[in-house]
Design a protein around this ligand. Structure first.
Ligand code: NAP
Length: 283
């Protein structure tokens, strides 16, 4: 078994990005909007800030009270949409229930949507048109590429169908010529699907749901899940039970989570290039 080391791949991606960023006339700008005090969000926002500082991005963290009115969030986004020094706008999920996440995501200018979650960008991805793509699924594709793991023709099984991970990952896999099966909470006999996977991706949010008997010998296993139990992080895969029968596996932590941060760095630069191009066209 070989570990797919997200930490070292992230380091390499950030080094490559730094080189490109130092050559730019203006610092790319990223704004992260956080609503409320969700402890996991606090950790994720902190990682984004660290990455932005490392890359020399202009970074702003807007922290809003958990009772904030939706109009205030939308007004802030609209202002940022019109700010030429800001290239990426990210609203940290999950949001409190009184806020309409979809509406908020769709208010972000599509060229500043560095989370790739607005309907236009999701549609473009599904139509295989180049666009800003959600960071976690892009991170899964890039870690596979880094280790030269062939996706074309592979039997890929994704457990989880969220707009954030499962669905965009399915599109990326299809666009790269994999044969894709998506499983979810209503799937009957999950094991009968997962056992056929050359590449098995777990994006469920349930500690250890993928056990050894569900995994084919020599499969590649990508564990997207992040589950906090008693202050410790666990994936969706029973790592100890599975590790000796697979060819490659991502650890948790140190796997896909690291890639997610690196992909955000890439998306901000991509958004910068898109926004600069648009400015020239407008002149
Ligand atoms: P989500 O929106 O809650 O989606 C979970 C998916 O799992 C749903 O499609 C759900 O099915 C499915 N599911 C639930 N129970 C199942 C079961 N027993 N059998 C099969 N499928 C089941 O979660 P998410 O946002 O996609 O995140 C998934 C996990 O990845 C979480 O642990 C999250 O923390 C983690 N995550 C990690 C990163 C990272 O950077 N590593 C980034 C994002 C998310 P239904 O659709 O039928 O409900």
């Amino acid at each position: 078994m070989e570990l797919l080391d997200g930490k070292s791949v992230k380091k390499q991606i950030l080094e490559e990005l730094k080189e490109k960023i130092t050559k730019l006339d203006r610092k790319p700008g990223l704004v992260v909007i956080q609503v409320g005090e969700d402890p996991a969000s606090k950790v994720y926002v902190g990682q984004k800030e660290k990455m932005s500082n490392e890359l020399g991005y202009k970074y702003e963290h807007i922290k809003l009270n958990e009772k904030v009115e939706e109009k205030e969030v939308l007004d802030i986004i609209n202002k940022l949409n019109n700010d030429d020094t800001i290239d990426g706008i990210l609203v940290q999920m999950p949001l409190p229930k009184h806020l309409d996440s979809k509406k908020i995501q769709n208010t972000i200018d599509k060229n500043k949507d560095v989370d790739g979650l607005c309907d236009i960008n999701a549609g473009k991805l599904s139509h295989n048109v180049d666009t800003l793509v959600p960071c976690t699924p892009k991170g899964v594709m890039d870690i596979l590429k880094h280790y030269n793991i062939e996706v074309e023709g592979a039997n890929v099984v994704i457990v989880g169908r969220s707009d954030l991970v499962g669905k965009p990952l399915a599109s990326l896999m299809i666009n790269n010529n994999a044969t894709v099966t998506i499983c979810h909470s209503k799937t009957k006999n999950l094991e009968s699907f997962t056992k056929n996977a050359d590449i098995l991706i777990a994006a469920v949010g349930k500690k250890g749901i993928i056990t050894s008997n569900m995994v084919k010998d020599n499969a590649v296993v990508i564990d997207v899940g992040i589950n906090r139990v008693d202050g410790k992080l666990y994936g969706d895969v029973d790592f100890e039970g599975v590790k000796d029968k697979v060819s490659y596996i991502t650890p948790v932590p140190g796997g896909v989570g690291q890639m997610t941060v690196a992909e955000l760095g890439k998306n901000v630069l991509k958004a910068y290039n898109m926004n600069e191009k648009e400015k020239i066209l407008k002149k």
